[in-house]
Design a binder for this molecule. Structure first.
Ligand code: PEP
Ligand code: MG
Length: 541
């Protein structure tokens, strides 16, 4: 028996084969070829595979994520065979006598540049679609497996650690659980695992060896243990825990359709955190009553260039419509620090967590902020959208954000574009300064949502990403409890509502305390909804 001990960061017991994440080399070089016809055939084959993949994605989206996203994939499939685009690839192949990869890259760049230069916002948005389609064809030419998983059966994904942009690309239907050498309970792998409701263990260090690839592992996301070849006793213990887990799942399933109301009649909104429109399926499956945090960064992390207003609008609209009138709180761009995006071309910083990130980028760069706000307001016509600003530290920031909102609403009105003028505006409370001026901030917004992950980091001066500091990262610290109570009190006195959208929102030890403090919303990974609902329904103040 081999026992590896790490830190359990997402609960659940699972058995599966270990598969090591593969980072593809996607650089394309020009190569002269002797047989141009053979290159054309390779190209045709890659195009055919691409169309098939896109058709499957469209079908899947139709079932899980809605018609809007499905149509996007249909359009991509059509573009693969677009006459002008194919003509452009073929003439590059013939004139240069080069490899198909290079020709696809050149044609993709050329078309993307052409669309990006158009006046019409909708046509500009097509540039990113073309890049996306070209990348898919390239992947097929180079044998790169999208989502980094080349396995027919579902697996346990092993890695050193995964970057946010990597977690975005993963084919999640193939993942049973995660094990990583590095990472902490706040790493993106951990957050993703909790969103998916599957076990994850991080911080395994060198104990997790590449030679274990393909071996069957037993994960316990609660205790943090990973076992290969368990002895009889261990096997029996794992089986018993697995059976209990399945029984609990059945009990929790009975909570679907029930209202989130305490024994003494207090209504609590139990909402979900999502990272992309794909996650809406899990929200609906778990009967989430709204979305308390849509991390809009996904659009930026998954792209090779700034997502356009139109692309963003389509994504927000898809989520708002899929939620059918239930509240969808979309957080404006929160990158910087650990979430880096190449094309933002940000300079290296000494203290990135205290640096140019989140609302600071948006307020410094209206050309980035404005398209997102326009997209958000446009999407507000299709559901109950609320806008939330991250990393607020001062009143002037909120005033500037609101000025930007006003100016966008004015523009949309002048252009005759529909939007909801009553769209709620909220802020994340995740810095100590925002807690201390909560009474003032409350005058300008409709709600507060507490980001306990960052609030813990900034209050305790502990880097949330540093696994070595895990024992110092204490979200139950009395200082945090005092701040949390103060936030709810300030909100209630000002007549606005307050919720929790950091990881602590799903903590069963905190559910009743939060309600007692005066919070009326708790937002969490979809997999935690029913458990929290059960706790809410059993609590009494
Ligand atoms: C938080 O800080 O608690 C939060 C919800 O935001 P993120 O984890 O995305 O920084
Ligand atoms: Mg945060």
């Amino acid at each position: 028996m081999i026992l590896m001990q790490g830190k359990g960061v997402s609960k659940g017991v699972i058995k599966g084969k270990l598969y090591f994440f593969q980072r593809p080399d996607t650089t394309v070089a020009m190569r002269q070829v002797e047989d141009v016809e053979a290159e054309k055939q390779r190209l045709a084959q890659a195009q055919e595979t691409t169309v098939q993949q896109l058709n499957i994605l469209a079908e899947k989206a139709r079932e899980d994520a809605g018609e809007e996203i499905a149509i996007l994939f249909d359009t991509h499939a059509m573009f693969v065979e677009d006459e002008d685009y194919v003509e452009c690839i073929l003439s590059c192949l013939e004139e240069e006598g080069c490899n198909a990869e290079y020709a696809v890259q050149m044609a993709g760049e050329q078309f993307a540049a052409m669309f990006a230069a158009m006046d019409d916002a909708y046509m500009q948005a097509r540039a990113a679609d073309i890049r996306d389609v070209s990348q898919r064809i390239l992947n097929n030419l180079m044998g790169i497996v999208e989502g980094g998983i080349d396995s027919e059966e579902p697996i346990i994904l092993a890695a050193d650690d995964l970057a946010p942009s990597e977690t975005i690309q993963l084919d999640k239907s193939k993942i049973l659980g995660f094990v990583t050498q590095g990472g902490s309970s706040n790493s993106h792998t951990a957050i993703l695992a909790r969103t998916m409701g599957i076990p994850a263990i991080c911080g395994l260090g060198d104990a997790l060896k590449a030679e274990y690839a393909g071996r069957v592992a037993y994960l316990d996301g609660e205790t943090g243990s990973v076992v290969l070849d368990p002895d009889e006793l261990t096997h029996a213990q794992i089986r018993e825990k697995y059976n209990k887990q399945q029984e609990m799942k059945e009990i929790l399933a009975t909570m679907k359709g029930q209202e989130d109301v305490t024994l003494d009649g207090k209504k609590i909104n139990v909402y979900c955190n999502i990272g992309s429109p794909e996650d809406v399926a899990a929200v609906l499956n778990n009967d989430g009553q709204g979305i308390g945090l849509f991390r809009s960064e996904f659009l930026y992390l998954a792209a090779n260039d700034y997502p356009t207003e139109e692309e963003q609008f389509q994504a927000y609209k898809a989520v708002a419509s899929a939620m059918g009138g239930k509240r969808v709180i979309i957080r404006t761009l929160d990158i910087g620090a650990d979430k880096q995006v190449d094309y933002f071309d940000m300079k290296k910083e000494e203290n990135p967590a205290l640096g140019v990130r989140a609302i600071r980028i948006c307020l410094n760069r209206p050309e980035v902020f404005k398209p997102q706000l326009r997209a958000l307001y446009r999407a507000s016509a299709y559901g109950k959208v609320a806008i939330m600003f991250p990393m607020i530290t001062s009143v002037w920031e909120v005033k500037e954000c609101k000025r930007a909102c006003q100016s966008v609403m004015k523009e949309l009105t002048a252009e005759g574009i529909p939007f909801d003028p009553e769209t709620e505006i909220g802020i994340m409370i995740e810095t100590p300064s925002s807690v201390f001026i909560a009474e003032d901030l409350a005058k300008y917004v409709d709600f507060f949502s507490v980001g306990t992950n960052d609030l813990t980091q900034y209050t305790l001066a502990v880097d949330r990403q540093n696994a070595k500091l895990d024992k110092f990262y204490d979200p139950y610290h009395p200082a945090l409890m005092a701040l949390l109570a103060h936030i709810a009190k300030s909100a209630n006195e000002a007549g606005i509502w307050a919720g929790i959208c950091g990881e602590l929102g799903a903590d069963p030890k905190m559910t009743e305390k939060f309600i007692e403090m005066g919070y009326t919303e708790l937002s969490m990974a979809a997999g935690r909804i029913l458990e929290t609902r059960k706790l809410v329904c059993e609590s009494e103040m």
